[in-house]
Design a protein around this ligand. Structure first.
Ligand code: ZN
Length: 316
């Protein structure tokens, strides 16, 4: 733990970051990268030390053409030892394809609100849970772990507040189905630090032994504040996207994945270890800019690493 001062909450000494850029990021880009470009991106992210990389999605190509090459991509990843290359699956067909393609872990999504779930997959939450149960059986049969992601857990763009007890009830259902990892998503960036702490504390009270991962967005600028708030109540596993690309395709006009470099820069400055090579991540974000043909939202690649500024200019 990192102690700040008596009376102030301590912080975890180490944080784990899952990189979601190759999927959550790229699927929101108008430019469709080639399989070779995606492989280069994924390899660079692995080289920078990321050991969990969301590499692709087994949705219908008509729905998300950016991810149409997922099977070919997984077949060609030059796998680094210890790195988990995960995939998204929206249904049983996707889960079977993901398993067959060699995804190490599969992510299964459920919305915390009825309206978002219907907007996302055109069915009720209850019906989605029946599909999740079938997908869990497919993963169990193949010996693959799955990560259950509960979307809009901190607010729904259609319904507003999502009651915390309802979020926790859905978490219980997902854990009962055998999820090895549970992620709460702030899919459209509606969370704020106080809400993050309320949700996390309620989660920990109900599931004291269950680790929790957060997928926070920064659509309204609160992303890094929400990270700090989560760390103050003991969360140390987060999702972020290289360059800060991507958001939610089903909530129009909602950008805002947290940027991996910005998150890592803040954590390192606070003394929180990530095991990641920040200059390597920044170089990767610049490569990504070249591939996409436009600037990425990353602040750190524009402003530079604080410690490097003082290294080159002498201390002030
Ligand atoms: Zn996201």
């Amino acid at each position: 733990m990192i102690m700040i001062a008596p009376g102030l909450p301590a912080l975890p000494r180490r944080a784990h970051i899952r990189e979601v850029g190759p999927r959550d990021g790229l699927q929101n880009e108008a430019t469709i990268l080639s399989t070779a470009q995606k492989l280069q991106l994924i390899d660079a992210l692995g080289a920078a030390g990321l050991d969990q990389i969301e590499a692709g999605s087994f949705v219908r190509p008509q729905n998300v053409p950016q991810m149409a090459d997922a099977a070919a991509l997984f077949a060609q990843i030059s796998r680094r030892p210890g790195v988990i290359y995960s995939a998204i699956a929206p249904n049983e067909v996707g889960a079977r394809r993901a398993v067959a393609a060699g995804a190490d872990m599969v992510q299964v999504f459920l919305s915390a609100s009825e309206s978002h779930n219907r907007s996302n997959v055109n069915m009720s939450v209850e019906r989605s849970l029946a599909h999740v149960a079938n997908m869990a059986a497919i993963m169990r049969g193949a010996g693959r772990p799955f990560d259950a992601v509960l979307s809009v857990a901190f607010g729904c763009p259609f319904e507003g507040d999502v009651p915390i007890p309802h979020v926790l009830d859905l978490c219980a259902r997902l854990l009962d189905l055998g999820a090895e990892q549970l992620t709460l998503g702030d899919t459209t960036g509606m969370a704020h630090p106080v809400l993050v702490q309320r949700v996390v504390l309620a989660f920990q009270e109900r599931f004291p032994r269950q680790p929790l991962r957060l997928h926070l967005h920064s659509a309204r600028g609160a992303g890094l504040a929400n990270i700090l708030a989560a760390m103050q109540v003991g969360v140390s596993a987060f999702d972020s996207s290289v360059g800060g690309i991507g958001g939610c395709p089903f909530a129009p006009g909602a950008p805002g994945n947290l940027c991996t470099e910005d998150l890592v820069h803040m954590l390192h400055e606070m003394g929180v270890e990530t095991g990641l090579d920040l200059p390597g991540l920044m170089a990767t974000a610049r490569i990504l800019e070249g591939m996409l043909g436009h600037e990425v939202p990353s602040q750190t690649i524009k402003a530079g690493i604080c410690k490097h500024l003082t290294d080159s200019q002498g201390s002030r």
